[in-house]
Design a binder for this molecule. Structure first.
Ligand SMILES: Cc1ncc(C[n+]2csc(CCOP(=O)(O)OP(=O)(O)O)c2C)c(N)n1
Ligand SMILES: [Mg+2]
Length: 888
């Protein structure tokens, strides 16, 4: 195989080459050696050959011992403190599970990464000070117990709190994983859905630079640290954006990959080496890669390894074997690792089996970890990834160390507890062990003073999240008067109206600069290309070329201080950029107002887990689902035509969603969103669908604002008390216009009067309805509350017919709150490409179907005869035996 090392067929010749390069290194230095190697490689590639190990280095530490920065603290004290943190982290999981075996929790992951976090907390992670905001740290979700355990030692959390790990219902427990929604003053980033942490961290660093370049917040030496599991690196989200980090030279970003070689079920790369694989991937993406493979106990062996045989053996062994060396014994390692070559066996002949077992891995050695972090924070021009080799379940011994099942270990038996206690020198007597007590030394002990001093020198305890922020000054709705007065005869889409709203807001002197328009290569689709020139597209290097459309009004302008974030065909990345901007009020103490505009089909459906995380994060901002509606976006077909994003949006508890029809509705909703999120500071975000169908945008009628925001209001009142032939037509989005047309037909052809209701949000109507209903259930003897839907419809007559461009379940949600007969039309089934009119007929949401539906509802209510429906079906040329579109 190309990348396998070739066998050494002429050792003498090999030695000569190595001697030669040694001499260059000694006399002329590294740059000269690099030059010569480049010349040699260039020569080899001229023959058409691939160079082996083009981007990989041997399986050893990147930083040689001679270049290691020396850890300055008291290592003995630190080991003691770290041991206590290990103990308490284990104890809190175990105690929770002794109380109730169903609560869960993880021990082994943190035991593998304790040193990685500890060195960070002791020397590198800075809290906010007057000079600079704090570093941002993404913590591996299931390592949460270790972070709580440190907070306990630091005096931030009490024993009672530790004992409420994973008991969140009362509101005073510690959350299972990092969840800002549940612990808003503590956790900053939800990370436990594997892959979301690394993706978010990259865009966090990106937005941090964006803020700096735009002059909104000085970045200084602030860093984003992201801790991630080696198994987690298999998520496409984990690796998907690393090229952006390399390209954008995000030297404010440091990844620490905890390479314990295991994930949940077994080895990450039993037959290969995850560290080597990741080294290649990250280096290829332009990162500075620092491997921390071996601990310092190996250093003397490396010194003895004159011929490179030890190195060769290390390069040969695969992760499955490395796992065995830690899950079995020193004797096993002697036999199977060193034993492969007699020379290596000789090298370790003075070591006992125990000594061999103790040969430590880099990620467990504070000296090596410190040196790596120190190099990482000093590196400029590239992001850094630290690949640290560790042992999963470190310290658990036979109870789980490097065992395939270790991820799920939640309790240790008495023997294992004893071993763990002894290994980490925790002063708890045998008699107490069964209770697994927490351990914290006296407040005035040397250890505690040391711990506090370390954090004090770094700006205080972490993690810490800031909830509050300075409210923005939102302009009055009258700023959007040109929108709310309508377009007269001109036919425009709500997408175009949105672009005009955005432009008007950006012009506002007070807060326009806070707006962040974000697009994933769809600006032209939405008519937003005017912003390219007007606002500029953010690029950390500016524009190094002349765009082909120079000289045109809307040319493609990239700029160092550009305001638009154009993230390319990358919905996940664009969403992560939106998340970073939408939480900037907290993480950067600089509220931003991001508007992320995308194909609505590629939103909740595509990046739903991030949308969920946005709720947890208390993101504040707007998502705009463009080209929405199953029949409204008509020519694109099955994969594009969205008839369910609102249903998905309704699953996020604090996502407020609207499907407006008219420009003035959109203006009112966006304006209200700005007030709610940035003045009243409600922790919610907005999802609004916008469409690409052009029609006249009417002027805003008087007094409709409250109704628009509550979810429905009466647009036309046509009913007369005297007649029984009355229906209520509800419509949303573009289909509201079909309801209006249906009302005309009903009146003209069947003498039926119809009131028309614009329903801007079935989702919000249902939420309000459920709240009222729940209150009534729990307050049986009080005057029942009326839901908003009921209050709208109670005094009206006739059956209610709703039609939308979404699945029927969207409008069906309010059924319980509608008095009387309720019928729903919607676009269930796979979309397809055709004309709008034909699609609306196919999905049975056009004016004719609305009429048929209304008439059949009147039959049900015994107002008219069934024959009238048959007449309508025939008159409109509807085939009653047409197949159900939901099944096609
Ligand atoms: C998207 C997603 N899939 C699955 C899980 C369940 N899960 C939690 S931890 C874990 C294993 C993690 O392994 P690794 O990333 O190597 O972390 P380690 O515990 O070894 O440090 C899995 C599969 C999850 N949390 N998120
Ligand atoms: Mg792992």
């Amino acid at each position: 195989m190309e990348n396998e090392p070739a066998a050494d067929i002429d050792q003498l010749e090999s030695e000569e080459w190595v001697d030669a390069i040694n001499s260059v290194l000694e006399t002329e230095g590294v740059p000269r050696a690099q030059y010569l190697l480049q010349r040699l490689s260039a020569r080899v590639t001229e023959t058409g050959a691939q160079l082996p190990y083009a981007i990989n280095t041997p399986y050893r530490n990147t930083i040689p011992v001679s270049k290691e920065a020396r850890i300055p603290g008291d290592l003995f004290l630190e080991r003691g403190l770290r041991s206590m943190i290990r103990w308490n982290a284990m104890a809190m999981v175990m105690r929770a599970n002794l109380k109730d075996g169903t609560l869960g929790g993880h021990i082994s992951s943190f035991q593998s990464s304790a040193t990685l976090y500890d060195v960070g907390f002791n020397y590198f992670f800075r809290g906010s000070t007057e000079d600079q905001l704090g570093d941002l740290i993404y913590i591996q979700g299931h390592c949460a117990p270790g972070i709580y355990a440190r907070s306990y030692l630091e005096g931030r959390l009490s024993e009672e709190q530790l004992d409420k790990f994973r008991q969140e219902v009362d509101g005073d427990g510690l959350s299972s994983y990092p969840h800002p929604w549940l612990m808003p003053d503590y956790w900053q980033f939800p990370t436990v859905s594997m892959g979301l942490g690394p993706l978010q961290a990259i865009y966090q660093a990106h937005v941090m630079k964006y803020l700096d370049m735009r002059g909104l917040l000085r970045r200084g030496s602030r860093k984003v640290w992201c801790f991630v599991g080696d198994g987690e690196m298999d998520e496409p989200e984990s690796q998907g954006a690393i090229a952006l980090a390399g390209r954008e030279r995000l030297d404010n970003l440091i990844f620490v990959v905890n390479c314990n070689l295991q994930r949940l079920d077994g080895p990450v790369r039993g037959n290969g080496k995850i560290i080597q694989e990741l080294e290649g991937v990250f280096r290829g993406a332009g990162w500075n890669v620092i491997k921390v493979v071996w601990g310092r106990l190996w250093d003397p062996l490396f010194q003895k390894d004159k011929r490179g045989l030890l190195q060769q053996r290390m390069d040969e062994a695969v992760d499955g074997e490395y796992q065995n060396y830690k899950s079995r014994s020193g004797g096993y390692t002697r036999e199977h690792f060193f034993g492969k070559y007699p020379e290596l066996l000789k090298m370790v002949e003075d070591l006992t089996d125990e000594d061999i077992f103790k040969l430590n891995r880099g990620g467990h050695d504070p000296y090596k970890v410190y040196a790596a972090y120190d190099a990482a924070i000093k590196h400029t021009g590239q992001p850094t990834v630290i690949l640290a080799k560790t042992v999963k379940g470190y310290g658990l011994g036979p109870a789980g160390e490097a065992q395939n099942y270790t991820h799920s270990v939640k309790k240790l038996d008495l023997n294992a507890l004893k071993e763990f206690r002894d290994r980490f020198d925790i002063p708890i007597p045998d008699s107490e062990l069964e209770k697994v007590p927490y351990y914290r030394p006296p407040e005035d002990s040397t250890e505690m003073r040391y711990l506090r001093a370390r954090r004090a020198s770094l700006g205080g305890s972490l993690p810490r999240r800031k909830s509050d922020f300075e409210a923005l000054k939102i302009p009055a709705l009258s700023t959007l008067a040109s929108i709310t007065k309508g377009t007269g005869d001109r036919e425009v889409s709500t997408t175009m109206v949105f672009v005009r709203i955005l432009s008007a807001l950006i012009k506002d002197k007070n807060f326009g600069e806070r707006i962040v328009p974000i697009v994933p290569d769809e600006a032209r689709t939405f008519g937003m290309e005017g912003m390219f020139r007007q606002l500029g597209i953010y690029s950390s290097v500016g524009q190094l070329y002349e765009p082909t459309d120079t000289g045109q009004i809307m040319y493609y302008r990239e700029d160092k201080s550009g305001q638009v974030m154009e993230e390319g065909i990358n919905e996940g990345g664009a969403f992560a950029a939106w998340l970073a901007a939408a939480t900037s009020y907290s993480n950067n103490e600089t509220p931003l107002v991001p508007f992320y505009v995308y194909y609505s089909m590629f939103g909740f459906q595509r990046v739903g887990d991030l949308c969920w995380a946005a709720g947890d994060l208390q993101a504040r901002g707007f998502l705009l689902g463009g080209t929405s509606g199953r029949t409204t976006l008509n020519g694109e077909g099955l994969q594009h035509q969205d008839g369910h994003s609102h249903v998905l949006a309704s699953t996020v508890p604090n996502c407020v969603s609207y499907d407006p029809t008219y420009g003035y509705e959109l203006a009112v909703i966006i304006h209200r969103g700005l007030i709610e999120m940035y003045v009243e500071k409600l922790p919610r975000y907005y999802y609004i669908t916008i469409m690409n169908e052009n029609y006249q945008q009417p002027a805003m009628p008087d007094g409709v604002e409250e109704g628009i925001l509550s979810g429905m209001y009466r647009l036309q009142k046509n009913s007369r008390k005297a007649s029984k032939k009355v229906v209520q037509l509800l419509g949303s989005g573009t289909i509201l216009r079909e309801s209006i047309a249906a009302a005309e037909l009903l009146k003209k052809d069947y003498g039926v009067a119809a009131d028309i209701w614009s329903v801007t949000s079935f989702n919000e109507l249902r939420r309000e309805g459920l709240t009222s209903q729940r209150w009534n259930m729990l307050h049986p003897e009080e005057t029942p509350r009326q839901s908003y839907v009921e209050s709208c419809l109670a005094a009206t007559q006739g059956p209610v017919i709703a039609a939308t461009d979404y699945m029927k379940v969207y409008a069906d949600q309010i059924r319980e709150f509608v008095p009387g007969t309720y019928c729903v039309l919607g676009t269930d089934g796979f979309g397809r490409s055709d004309t709008r009119a034909r699609l609306r007929k196919f999905f049975e949401v056009d004016r004719y179907y609305i009429v048929v539906c209304a008439l059949s509802a009147l039959v049900k209510d015994n107002v008219i005869e069934a024959g009238q429906v048959t007449n309508a079906i025939e008159a409109y040329g509807i085939n009653p035996d047409k197949p159900d579109p939901a099944t096609l």
